[in-house]
Ligand binder design. Structure first.
Ligand SMILES: [Zn+2]
Length: 115
């Protein structure tokens, strides 16, 4: 049991380390470093799945689900802000990621207008 906790701790450390590496590589803005950053995120996802360690929410919201890019506004994604508690991150691959901020944590109904 103790070993399992230790292994999960090491896995969490590796995930955060890989995310930091991916972030610095994305900021370099070259094709090679971008591919390397995506590879780091893929490895972090594999570690998380293998050792059943969750990727922290603050990291997960900054990763594109379709191309594994780190979403950094102005570098790898564009940001759209709506009137409501919703921020949309548009990745360079074309997919979008929605983030709800503020007290409202549930998704609004599909047909309701965001006030
Ligand atoms: Zn993407």
């Amino acid at each position: 049991m103790k070993d399992e906790k230790l292994i999960k701790g090491i896995a969490a450390l590796r995930i955060s380390g890989l995310f930091e590496l991916a972030e610095t590589n994305t900021k370099k803005e070259s094709r090679e470093s971008e591919a390397l950053a995506k590879r780091y995120i893929l490895l972090a996802k594999k570690i998380s799945a293998h050792y059943k360690v969750k990727i922290p929410k603050e990291m997960k919201t900054r990763i594109c689900n379709s191309c594994n890019a780190v979403l950094i506004p102005g570098i790898s994604c564009r940001v759209r802000i709506t009137k409501g508690p919703l921020i949309i991150y548009l990745c360079s691959c074309g997919s979008e990621k929605k983030e709800y901020i503020g007290k409202q944590t549930q998704r609004p109904l599909r047909n309701s207008r965001i006030a």
